[in-house]
Design a binder for this molecule. Sequence first.
Ligand code: 4AD
Ligand code: MG
Length: 479
Amino acid sequence: MSEKRTKIEELLKSTEFGKTVTVKGWVRTFRNNQFIAINDGSCLNGIQAVVELNSLDEGILKRLNTGASVSITGELAASLGKGQKVEVKVKTLEILGDCDAEKYPLQPKKHSLEFLREKAHLRFRTTTFSAVFKVRHVLAFAIHQFFNDRGFVYMHTPIITASDAEGAGEMFKVTTLPFDKTPRDEQGAVDFKEDFFGKATNLTVSGQLEAELGAMAFGSVYTFGPTFRAENSNTARHAAEFWMIEPEVAFNDLDDNMQLAEDMLKYVIRYATERCPDELEFLKNRLLEEEKQKPQDERAELDLLAKLQFCLDNDFQRLTYTEAIDILRNSNHNKKKKFKYIIDSWGADLQSEHERYLVEKHFKKPVILTDYPKEIKAFYMRENEDGKTVRAMDILFPGIGEIIGGSQREERLGHLEKRMQEMHIPAEDLCWYLDTRRFGTVPHAGFGLGFERLIMFVTGMGNIRDVIPFPRTPKNAEF
Ligand code: 4AD
Ligand code: MG
């Protein structure tokens, strides 16, 4: 039997009562030997199918376990039940795939997020994760829409590369050399000439350097792809494999860059609130439940939807690193030594506790910090007149910390070469990058948005492991 199915999303909007329809999906619950809650993933809510007493074989009813897949044909009817307008009166029911209740891990009860992480291959079937990953999809779509509408060219930068775009050395090596008998050169070092690419290669940490090449032709480009970092930070906001969006724009300065970033964030957040009302309402309530476990003074002042709206309604606070250091140094928090890392001098790298203080306690809104000391930033950022700071910008979000990092780029060949020398980055490795500064260089700027951090902000999920389908973190590469 293969009836043409109608998606539940469509049925829930229908008023064609009396019409015979076919629904296919997975059983969420089966109550009172009568009510089947069935979900097909087309929308967050499932539909209820009602079995008339004694109309179906006992044997079939016994197999209506949570997780089983079914095909149901019946009459669309107005529902008397609470919370739904439409239901299906079952005429025929076929079990497409059985699901052993003894073995299926997702029983209809509350599971912890930690438990569901171990069952990541099945967790899409829970309401929480259908909501999160639907929002993820919608945000990805919004990003492409935003840039496409503004004439940006989507550029696919390489995943395997020989360069370290951030100069931070946190890279996963890519090699086909055998571990047991690696070829050695005369000095005894690994001889990468024997390797697949004839040189040492790694997974990319960022597509920025290649995006800059594209910007020098198309004017405005963006990347949206996976990036990899072998940093051993076991936090709720770091993953070893994450997705990054990196626009790069010729003729833009740092102010243009900040405006682009703020416009983009607001556009995609608004897009999600408009396209995912059910998902965000569900996630808001999930978060309110979770917050009840916390002491009163640690609970968020705004619920999820209010927080998103607040972010849309307010300009981001812009200030320099130097101004931020003054605020932090003079804060009661610092004086009372409540920071783990006390701020006592200019030049200190900001820890996430400082970023969160600025955003959540001091300004109580998103913050853009600019003009950081050059010592704590990457080699490609444009040096300011003071010789001490660079045209860097970090965007800090409540509950997240750094969501975007970017800068105006050093377009002056001499300055860039000098900086690379100071930071021991061999010019011969990046001669192709330096060529852009040799052949028609222009001021330009760009930034990188951590896609998972954006999803965390929009969904209110507190751990990066819960916003990417199969997270890669230290000691974990399951699935
Ligand atoms: O600040 P980052 O390191 O900047 C760059 O990679 C630049 N090349 C971007 C550019 O200017 N084109 O990373 C950018 C963003 C961070 O702000 C953060 O949101 C995210 O990427 N990010 C991570 N997200 C998850 N897990 C990690 N380990 C991350 N590292 C950075
Ligand atoms: Mg950064």
